[in-house]
Design a protein around this ligand. Structure first.
Ligand code: 16G
Length: 240
């Protein structure tokens, strides 16, 4: 497993080895990682090297530390492809997870100028302001704020917002969701966001802003999503 004659650094070999055990399920989420000295003795490497490997795995989110308790295996991250315009509900179902929403806010408000501009409607036109915690198997994954023109989404109810907005837009309103632009940035959870997502204030999150369009280019929704960086990663296939 650890080859001292290899030009590959020892910490990296150990890091990849532990990562492999996690990926194969031989180390399960929540399981305690054996102590550093055990690895050091077993592979005849220094504890510094073991610590370096473990630090890397903590930084990458494969492991987490709990003060005074030890190092544990993290829950597996959801890998979301960046191609394809899908909904949260579709993404979770495709993975065999049960999608859910917890409504935090639901109100019709007059569109403030920056939002109106983006939705190409006049300022103060009524829009839905919807904030939901998005759940996978009951666990909070993301916090999502949608702005949708009330004129477009007539009769949108709290019940619908608790389910799938895309199902409603396409199934009920018969509006074809065609394309979107999406910007992803790193960020940290504010106090309120952290409380809703059940993570620590200041924990890393991904801020995703999506603007979705109908076929003729009319904007349908403006969405700000805060995704937990400890539970999500994004994947894109590149071709040259
Ligand atoms: C996803 C979209 C969001 C959309 C929602 C609809 C991202 C970053 N955002 O969360 O823009 O409003 O799906 O989901 O993927 P729903 O149909 O389950 O309500």
């Amino acid at each position: 497993m650890i080859n001292k004659n290899s030009p590959v650094p020892l910490y990296y070999q150990l890091e990849e080895y532990i990562k492999g055990l996690i990926e194969k399920g031989e180390l399960q989420p929540g399981e305690t990682l054996p102590p550093e000295r055990e690895y050091a003795q077993k592979y005849k490497i220094s504890r510094m090297t073991v610590r370096q490997a473990i630090n890397q795995l903590v930084n990458e989110g494969y492991l987490y530390r709990q003060k005074g308790k030890g190092t544990f295996v993290s829950e597996r991250k959801i890998e979301q492809p960046l191609q394809g315009l899908t909904s949260f509900t579709e993404e979770m179902k495709a993975r065999g997870l049960v999608p859910g929403s917890q409504l935090v806010h639901f109100e019709i408000i007059p569109a403030p100028s920056p939002i109106a501009e983006q939705l190409t409607i006049a300022e103060n036109t009524p829009i839905y302001d919807i904030k939901r915690i998005r759940l996978a198997d009951g666990v909070p994954m993301a916090l999502e704020t949608n702005y949708i023109s009330a004129h477009l989404a007539k009769n949108l109810t709290e019940q619908i917002a608790n389910e799938s907005l895309y199902d409603y837009i396409e199934g009920q309103l018969k509006v074809r969701i065609d394309s979107a632009t999406q910007v992803i940035e790193s960020s940290i959870a504010s106090k309120d966001e952290a409380a809703l997502l059940n993570i620590a204030e200041g924990a890393p999150v991904m801020l995703i802003q999506r603007k979705t369009f109908q076929k003729e280019g009319t904007p349908i929704e403006l969405v700000k999503s805060i995704y937990r960086a400890d539970r999500y990663k994004f994947m894109i296939e590149l071709k040259r």
